[in-house]
Write a protein that binds this ligand. Structure first.
Ligand SMILES: Cc1cc2nc3c(=O)[nH]c(=O)nc-3n(C[C@H](O)[C@H](O)[C@H](O)COP(=O)(O)OP(=O)(O)OC[C@H]3O[C@@H](n4cnc5c(N)ncnc54)[C@H](O)[C@@H]3O)c2cc1C
Length: 537
């Protein structure tokens, strides 16, 4: 009986797991990776046979390392000190408990079906490794709205600050800048570095860019001005029956400039990280790492999650010529694990204080790697933002400590939703996260009230998480913008014999799961190179 394609694939799956099916499909050209997909690591399937790898940490990076090594025949053991996988990828739902060091324990009391992504919340469209694994593991993605022109922006002191829709500030500023440039372009004494024809093109472009109106329609040479004629900045009176409506008078340029709304917030969706489109796994970011957990092992029964020893905290790393010895504490009992290789994804704020025999310059680099704090607040609330402000997703910004409020990108028009009621990083997060939980919630309520009158009454079931307060994180992510990052990351990315560091902190996608995956691939390739010097990556 001729074997059907589906039958053959089922057979492959029984023999070698989902990875085998994927490789088979790819090798037969049935499943050509689309150009935007990350290239597959696809190490030879038996290349790691007989070798063990200790992976420290069951976050995204550790799980990806284990998944790829398992497919190549390695035996992996993952040590994870907490009772859950995912690391910083933490989605909180009703009944979930967590405790920061030195603070009261918190329990999520949201309604069933509601959740807060307390760590990562969004996936940029160019994070091809994350998206590729979602594709392979059938993790459903939906749009994550980063920016809506209906979102709010607030700057200035608590007493004298003003809250406005982003559209008003954004388009008024754009219009004024276009008007200024148009005026300059008509001053013969200003020697512009373009010819006459291009200058005319520039002027035409500025009319579109800034929604400019001719000041005097009879003369082609008169400067254009910004009047919000097409209501890009919003309406004072919206159009109605037999009524074209009345566009808002634009904000004055000096008012926008002095308010500082352009500083940090207004153009954030222009940053490559946050450019449209962004996505989120439907039902919570933890759906992503759970995709790894449920993958069948390639050579034994069970799933990838079975490789994790929960409650096992690595305490000492001893790299020897032919193996790596890891001392760890397993639910209070000291134990030793000898492995051929070791990949550590332990957050750098913790790793740098561990006992190791790694070279002094390497540990010095670990000490110097700048780590920044991060904190979030989450609330459940009736969807007042939809009813009162026509906000459907996106982020409102404020110059106060909470920095931003995220609105849910799904569940529109339902009764309730979860707001990220604060998300700050760096020094602001250090200060905020020092405060008791009740204090943080009080501040987040007060500052939210200045964006949305009535906020204090609406928001309930508050949670506050300071990532620098979490025992097995002690930070948000490595700060790739700090001067100390680059030189130290160069050192930390170098394999130290049989010991390799993974985790987003050694990549220039620090603070992103994409970085965690890139680092995992880097570690897998480094091991493969040692195991197969002639043919490895
Ligand atoms: C507030 C916040 C927002 C974020 N937003 C986004 C986002 O929108 N999109 C995005 O893609 N990314 C985002 N990130 C970044 C993302 O969470 C990380 O890039 C990713 O989760 C890192 O994975 P990792 O495996 O490298 O590290 P981690 O997830 O930190 O995993 C490290 C693991 O090591 C374990 N460990 C600690 N000590 C030991 C020990 N002694 N022995 C063994 N194991 C140990 C920890 O318990 C943990 O499980 C955000 C992060 C934060 C904190």
């Amino acid at each position: 009986m001729p074997m059907t394609r589906r039958g053959m694939l089922r057979g492959m799956a029984r023999l070698g797991g989902a990875g085998a099916v994927y490789e088979t499909l790819a090798a037969w050209d049935f499943l050509k990776p689309p150009p935007a997909m990350a290239a597959s690591l696809a190490l030879p399937r038996e290349s790691g046979q007989g070798k063990t790898v200790a992976i420290l940490g069951a976050g995204v990076s550790g799980l990806c390392t284990a998944y790829e090594l398992d497919r190549a025949g390695y035996t992996c053991i993952i040590l994870e000190p907490t009772r859950r996988a995912g690391g910083r990828s933490l989605t909180l739902r009703r009944g979930d408990r967590f405790q920061e060091m030195g603070h009261d324990a918190q329990e999520c009391t949201f309604d069933d079906g509601q959740y807060l992504n307390a760590g990562p919340g969004r996936i940029p469209h160019h994070h091809v490794h994350v998206i590729d694994y979602c594709r392979r593991f059938n993790v459903a993605l939906e749009p994550y709205i980063f920016a809506s022109r209906a979102n709010l922006i607030r700057s200035g002191t608590p007493e004298a600050g003003k809250t406005r829709p982003v559209r008003e500030a954004y388009h008024s500023l754009q219009g004024h800048v276009a008007e200024l440039l148009d005026k300059c372009s008509r001053r013969p004494e200003l020697e512009l570095p373009i010819g006459k024809d291009d200058l005319e093109k520039l002027q035409e472009m500025l009319v579109q860019f800034g929604d400019l109106s001719p000041a005097d329609r009879s003369s082609k040479n008169t400067a254009y001005s910004y009047k919000n004629q097409h209501a890009r900045a919003g309406y004072e009176r919206p159009p109605g029956v037999a009524d074209p409506g009345k566009p808002l008078s634009p904000l004055k340029l000096e008012e926008i400039l002095r308010s500082n709304v352009w500083d940090d917030w207004l153009f954030r969706d222009g940053e490559v990280y946050w450019q449209t489109s962004l996505m989120q796994p439907t039902g919570g970011m933890d759906m992503f790492f759970k995709g790894f957990l449920r993958q069948p092992l390639s050579r034994q029964l069970g799933t990838l999650e079975g490789l994790i020893r929960y409650g096992a905290k690595a305490t000492e790393i001893d790299v020897q010529g032919d193996r790596v010895r890891i001392n760890y504490v397993d639910s209070g009992t000291p134990r030793t694990l000898d492995a051929d290789y070791c990949v550590s994804t332990i957050p750098m704020s913790i790793f740098r204080n561990m006992k190791t025999n790694l070279p002094a310059p390497f540990m010095e680099a670990a000490k110097k790697l700048p780590i920044m704090a991060a904190g979030k607040v989450g609330w459940q609330a009736p969807r007042f933002w939809e009813i009162d402000a026509n906000i459907y997703g996106g982020i409102s910004w404020t110059s106060e400590t909470i920095d931003q409020i995220w609105y849910p990108s799904s569940g529109y028009l339902s009764a309730t939703g979860v707001l990220t009621g604060a998300y700050m990083r760096g020094d602001a997060a250090v200060e905020f996260n020092k405060r008791p939980v009740a204090d943080r919630l009080r501040i987040a309520r007060q500052q939210g009230e200045r964006l949305h009158p009535g906020y204090t009454q609406h928001v309930q079931h508050g949670l506050a998480i300071g990532w620098n307060n979490m025992e097995f994180q002690q930070g948000g992510w490595a700060d790739e913008d700090a001067g100390d990052f680059g030189p130290n990351v160069q050192v930390l990315a170098q394999p130290q014999g049989r010991f390799i560091v993974a985790g987003d902190h050694i990549t220039f996608w620090s603070g992103w799961q994409e970085g965690a995956l890139l680092a995992a691939w880097h570690a897998v390739a480094a091991i493969d190179k040692q195991v197969r010097p002639a043919g490895g990556g």
